[in-house]
Design a binder for this molecule. Structure first.
Ligand code: C5J
Length: 223
């Protein structure tokens, strides 16, 4: 194993270790991000998420160039909704529930256009795509096994939304012993105050469940 390349981060240097680090890209799906999609139909401003795309494109390119595994996730359910807890199904605006018809197909259903990852960040051959029914990427998925088999101990966490799926996944990863750096300009929230506080919550108290740094600090450490 290579010596860590420390990334200047909050609350202190993050040990990025070549060969033991993976980039996780959470739920960069059309239904959350594109104008006209599920997220916007709930009254959200998708520009808050779209601005993540350029820095995340650069970070993914750097990871690929360095041979770092890039793992994508998608939140969604099987068409008969048998993997969707009734409590999750009941929530949301009455006409905008999981499985209902949306602008880009049935909302958050696997195989529908809106459920898939935006074209700009499409996975390439050989990259793992984790389909998850929950907010966290570890719950009811093979993610932990995949990371263990690949010898991964350090995670760079990106994607949307900061306070929901990024937080849940980072907390799950932290409890499983992974060291997580959340890349601040590569995660997005529809709510500016949740973005700010969501990032602060991760690194507070000496890095209670992770580190935070922007892509300008992370990319040179990957190369
Ligand atoms: C949400 C997510 N916000 N990917 N999903 O429902 O964060």
């Amino acid at each position: 194993p290579t010596a860590p390349s420390p990334v200047e981060a909050t609350p202190g240097p993050f040990p990025l270790i070549a060969g033991k680090t993976a980039l996780i890209v959470i739920d960069m799906q059309r239904d959350f991000i594109l104008p006209g999609g599920f997220g916007e139909s709930l009254g959200n401003d998708v520009n808050m998420l779209l601005k993540v795309v350029p820095p995340l494109t650069d970070l993914i390119a750097a990871a690929r160039a360095a041979g770092m595994p890039v793992i994508h996730t998608r939140e969604g359910h099987v068409p008969d909704l048998s993997d969707c807890p009734p409590a999750k199904l009941r929530r949301g605006a009455p006409s905008k529930r999981i499985g209902d018809p949306g602008e880009y197909g049935r909302i958050l259903i696997r195989g529908e256009y809106g459920h898939d990852i935006i074209d700009e960040l499409a996975p390439i051959d050989g990259e793992v795509v984790i389909d998850k029914p929950g907010k966290g990427a570890f719950y009811a998925t093979d993610l932990q096994q995949i990371l263990t088999e690949a010898g991964i101990t350090q995670l760079l966490v990106t994607g949307v939304t900061t306070e929901v799926c990024v937080h849940t996944t980072t907390r799950e990863a932290n409890d499983r012993g992974y060291e997580c750096l959340v890349v601040s300009d590569c995660v997005g929230s529809y709510f500016p105050e949740f973005q700010r506080i969501g990032l602060e919550m991760i690194s507070a108290q000496g890095g209670i469940f992770g580190w935070v740094a922007d892509s300008a600090a992370v990319i040179p450490a990957i190369a």
